[in-house]
Design a protein around this ligand. Sequence first.
Ligand code: UGA
Length: 456
Amino acid sequence: MDISIIGTGYVGLVTGTCLAEIGHRVVCVDNDEEKIAVLKSGGIPIYEPGLEDLVKRNTAKGRLSFTSRLEEGVERGTVVFICVGTPPLEDGEADLSAVERVTRKIAEAANSYKLIVEKSTVPVQTGMWIEKTIKIYNNRQNAEFDVASNPEFLREGTAVLDFLHPDRIVVGVTNDRAERLLRELYAPIIERSFVCPIHSPPSASGGCPSSEPVPFLVTDIQSAELIKHASNSFLAMKISFINAISDLCDKVGADVTKVAEGIGLDKRIGASHLNAGIGFGGFCFPKDLQAFVRIAEKSGCDFSLLREVERINNSRIDVVVNKLKAHLWILKEKTVGVLGLAFKPNTDDIRFAPSLEIIKRLQREGVNIKAYDPKAMEKAKRELEGVTFCNDPYAVAEGCEALIIATEWREFKTLDMARIKTLMRRPFILDGRNIYNREELVRLRQMGFEYVGMGR
Ligand code: UGA
């Protein structure tokens, strides 16, 4: 099928590339000429495991192309995905001006049938506004069109895998024609009939289940829109729930990792998003939670439950600072190392990363900060002032009175801890992500480390 992707950011690029990979002809559009130039020259503007190879391969095969001309993009696609950003406004509501702008331009450019699919994370009823906007601005051509909602559930760091092997595909439609087109578009994924570029041959253990068809859920547009915000809010709620339990564990001497394991083994609850720590960040959970609360308020519904989820998450920073104070007494003029700046591993994304909040807060308390991250250093340098950025964890450890593990990068689990101990001024580890298992932390204590986790 011929597909246009409007907005080649994180979601647009992953969506466009994966749709090309399963056999469609895709053109990705972005008004950022520099970004398009990078993509045309074979580079990619973001770090996402596996994506660069797929972009190169599909560009070479002629199935994936890039343009900064929206009219050209719209002309070439029968299915047009809107993937532009919906950043938060000051009051937490989503800024939909980019969605409205591209919708108008799509309407003005369309001179044949188009299925317009909203993939950006948007508040409920955006689809209705897209439909109205198209009707008004396409008045000259009078082209036929349908509007659909198809929320994305990609996680940064595993986005390619998530796209190609989703738990479910949700489409909100108003008629059979739109449903048929979307079913056809996703058929290789639903039937798992494409050759998986990540695991070949597919293996269940590698996250590539090979047999069961992917559930394809068809709803009305409003329900599909709600599913996106409700899913993210539910996952955020799980994290805040386990973080509240983690505070209780600290007080009563229990181990939150064991409590989470015990809860998560119940199939009705599930193990995912039950890792206690310094809280959730990234460009999705914090903003989607706020936006969802605003949507509910505007509709006259009380969603104070989600406000509490947010409050617990924000309080994580105090928990970390208080743990440090309990061990270091006075923070002023102490040197603290931070391992991990990205909001989670396998990404260079630092947006709303709790590590950055912790650093800024400690700096206000007069702490000297040294930091390292395997991928996010460049972005962090632009965001943080007065931090000594180091080339590796050992350089961070040198002269520190505490080492905070803020992102659970795999390489932090395999550090030469004997070396770290000799480098630190005081061997104190604050494990903000509980990366060590019980035996490992017993060993750390035997080596002479003071170890403090989150809720254990
Ligand atoms: C999240 C959702 O998981 C995706 O399904 C959704 O598509 C995406 O938002 C989006 O709306 O675009 P993402 O933000 O990439 O994806 O990352 P997650 O892996 O869900 O983690 C989010 C944050 O929660 C991270 O800061 C992570 O460290 C934290 N987290 C996650 C925890 O603190 N504990 C956990 O158990 C899991």
